[in-house]
Ligand binder design. Structure first.
Ligand code: ZN
Length: 527
C-alpha cells in the first residue's frame, strides 16, 4: 500500500488488514491431552495496548523490522472487542479467556461493589491477602477477580510441564493475560522502577529478573531523555510536533525529558515513554534464553504486554509525532524479539499472535480541525451528575426525572439502564455491547450507583486533556488480530469481522489443546 497523505481522522476503515477471500472459519474439535506433534514449540502473544489498526495501516510503508515481518508474512483479521467497556483489564481478560466480560467478570480496571450497604472500590488485580516479594508494605496482585480460566490454563492442563511466562508494562496486563496460571509473571512497577511479581506466583523473584533489574534496566532509561527518532523526510506522516492541543498544552513536543517539577520521579517519566516497551521486550528476550522457551518437549507460552502505545496515545493522541515515533520504536522492539526467537527457537517453530486490549478516539480538537464534531464535556457532565445526586434523593420519580434530563443533553446519546441491560428482551446493538460488559454486582461506570450508564455522543470526551477509550464505538473496539509463524498457514482470512474472543480458541486449536465447550469465541482455523 502507498502511504497516502496524513489521514487526520480515525474513521472506521479496514484498509489492508481486510483480506477479501471470504471463507467462513470453522470450529475445529481439539484434541484432548498434550500438544499435537505439529504444534508450535512456543506460542508468543504480543498485546500492544491501544494499538489502533489504523496506526498499523497508516504507517505500514515505513516499518522495516518486526511489524514488517508480521504484516508481510503473517495472516491478519479485522477484529473487534464485542463489549462496551473498552479498557485494559477487560481487553486482556477477553483475549485470554475467549469469553466476554459478562462471563469472565473483569468489567473494568476497577469497579465498585456493594459491601454491607456501602460502595467499595475494587482494583482488578490488587489482592490484600497476598504480598509483593521484598515490599511488605504494598498489597500483592493476583487474578482473583477473574472468574474464568484461559488459554494459559488449558495449555498447562494439557501438559503440566509447559512453561507460562508473562511480562508487561502493567500489572493487570501481565496477570490477566496468563489467566489463573502460576508461571513467571512480571510487570514494571512505577513505584520502584523495577520489574516485580507477587506471592501468587513466587516468594522470590527469579535470579534472571533480579539481574535484569540491576544490570540491564538502568541503561534503558536513556539518561532520562526521550528524543525524536522520526526521519525528517517522513515526519509529515504525523501531525506537526508543536500543535497546542496535545497533553497539557505545554509539553507537546520533543525532546521529552525527565523533569522533577513535572514528574513524580524518573520511573514515572520512563513509564510514559517507548523505553518501557524496550524494557519489556528485553526482559521477554531474557526469558526466552534463560528458561529455554520453545526448546523443550512442551509447547511453551510467552505473553508480552506492551503498554507504551496506550500511555503515549492518552497524552499526545494517536496521530501525534510522539505516537509516530513510538510506532517506529515498536517496530524495532518487535524486530529484536523476532531476531532472538529466530536464533534460539528457530523460525517455523514458534507462533506469534498480536492484538490489542482496545483502541482510542482521536483528540476532540483534532476532530474539529478535520471538520468532525468533537468536544470536551467533562464539566457539563460533572454538573449534570451533581444535579442527579440531588434529584435521586427524591426516590424513583426523582431518578426518572434525572434520566430524562440527561437524555436531553446534546452530548449524551443514550441512557442505558441496568433494567434494559439485564432484561432478556431483544435489544439494540449498543445495549448488547453493554450486556457483554455487565457482570452482576460489579459496577465500573461513573454513574453506575444510580442504576444506569450513559453513552456519550461520538466525539464527546469527558476528559480535560488528551484522549481516551472505554466507549462502545468502533474506534475503541477495533483492534488488529494477526498471526505469524507455525500454524498461521492454517488460518483462513475472512471478510467478516473476527472478534477478540476468537483468539484463545484459535491458539488452542493451533496448540492442539482442549477448550471449554461454552466459549463465546470460535477458532479461526479453517478445515
Ligand atoms: Zn488506556
Amino acid at each position: 500500500m502507498m502511504v497516502d497523505a496524513f489521514r487526520p481522522v480515525d474513521l472506521p476503515r479496514l484498509g489492508r488488514l481486510l483480506l477479501l477471500t471470504g471463507v467462513v472459519a470453522a470450529m475445529v474439535s481439539c484434541q484432548a491431552g498434550h500438544a499435537a506433534d505439529s504444534a508450535p514449540s512456543l506460542v508468543v502473544v504480543v498485546t500492544v495496548d491501544q494499538l489502533k489498526p489504523s496506526l498499523v495501516d497508516h504507517y505500514d510503508e515505513v516499518f522495516t523490522e518486526g511489524l514488517r515481518t508480521l504484516i508481510d508474512d503473517g495472516v491478519w483479521f479485522p477484529a473487534v472487542h464485542d463489549h462496551a467497556g473498552t479498557s485494559t483489564g477487560p481487553g486482556h481478560a477477553t483475549l485470554a479467556t475467549g469469553v466476554h466480560p459478562s462471563r469472565h467478570g473483569v468489567v473494568g480496571n476497577s469497579w465498585r461493589e456493594l459491601r454491607e450497604g456501602e460502595w467499595a472500590s475494587v482494583s482488578v488485580v490488587v489482592d490484600d491477602d497476598l504480598a509483593i516479594p521484598g515490599a511488605d508494605d504494598r498489597p500483592g496482585r493476583s487474578p482473583h477477580h477473574l472468574v474464568r480460566d484461559g488459554f494459559a490454563d488449558w495449555l498447562v492442563a494439557a501438559d503440566p510441564s509447559a512453561r507460562v511466562v508473562s511480562v508487561a508494562g502493567k500489572d493487570r496486563a501481565a496477570i490477566l493475560s496468563a489467566g489463573q496460571a502460576q508461571g513467571d509473571v512480571y510487570w514494571f512497577e512505577t513505584q520502584t522502577g523495577q520489574f516485580e511479581t507477587s506471592t501468587y506466583y513466587t516468594d522470590r523473584p527469579a535470579d534472571w529478573v533480579e539481574r535484569f533489574n540491576r544490570e540491564a534496566l538502568p541503561a534503558l532509561f536513556n539518561n532520562g531523555c526521550w528524543e525524536a527518532s522520526v526521519p525528517a523526510d517522513i515526519a509529515h506522516l504525523s501531525r506537526p510536533d508543536t500543535v497546542p492541543f496535545e497533553k497539557d498544552g505545554v509539553r507537546t513536543h520533543f525532546p521529552l525529558c525527565f523533569d522533577e517539577d513535572h514528574h513524580r520521579d524518573e520511573a514515572q517519566w520512563f513509564s510514559r515513554t517507548p523505553f518501557l516497551d524496550d524494557a519489556v521486550g528485553a526482559l521477554a528476550q531474557e526469558a526466552v534464553r534463560e528458561l529455554e522457551l520453545g526448546r523443550r518437549q512442551s509447547t511453551d507460552l510467552l505473553l508480552v504486554g506492551l503498554s507504551a502505545t496506550d500511555r503515549i496515545g492518552h497524552r499526545w493522541g494517536p496521530w501525534s509525532r510522539q505516537q509516530f515515533d513510538n510506532m517506529l520504536r515498536l517496530d524495532r522492539t518487535l524486530g529484536n524479539l523476532i531476531g532472538v526467537l529466530d536464533q534460539t527457537v528457530g523460525r517455523g517453530n514458534y507462533l506469534i499472535a498480536i492484538s490489542s486490549d482496545h483502541g482510542a478516539s482521536a483528540l476532540p480538537e483534532h476532530l474539529q480541525t478535520a471538520g468532525v464534531a468533537g468536544q470536551r464535556v467533562q464539566e457539563r457532565l460533572s454538573q449534570a451528575l451533581a444535579g442527579l445526586e440531588a434529584s435521586t434523593t427524591g426516590g424513583s420519580d426523582g431518578r426518572a426525572l434525572a434520566v430524562a434530563e440527561l437524555e436531553d443533553q446534546d452530548y449524551i446519546e443514550q441512557v442505558i439502564t441496568y433494567e434494559a441491560v439485564t432484561s432478556t428482551e431483544p435489544a439494540d446493538s449498543f445495549t448488547v455491547l453493554y450486556r457483554n460488559s455487565y457482570y452482576p454486582g460489579r459496577r465500573s461506570a461513573r454513574m453506575a450507583r444510580y442504576g444506569f450508564e450513559v453513552r456519550l455522543a461520538e466525539g464527546s470526551m469527558a476528559r480535560e486533556e488528551g484522549t481516551g477509550h472505554g466507549t462502545p464505538y468502533l474506534h475503541d473496539r477495533q483492534v488488529p488480530l494477526g498471526f505469524f509463524g507455525n500454524g498461521a498457514e492454517r488460518l483462513v482470512p475472512t471478510d467478516r469481522w473476527s472478534r477478540t474472543v476468537d483468539l484463545a480458541p484459535t491458539l488452542a486449536a493451533l496448540a492442539g489443546v482442549q477448550i471449554p465447550p461454552d466459549l463465546d469465541g470460535r477458532s479461526l482455523v479453517g478445515d
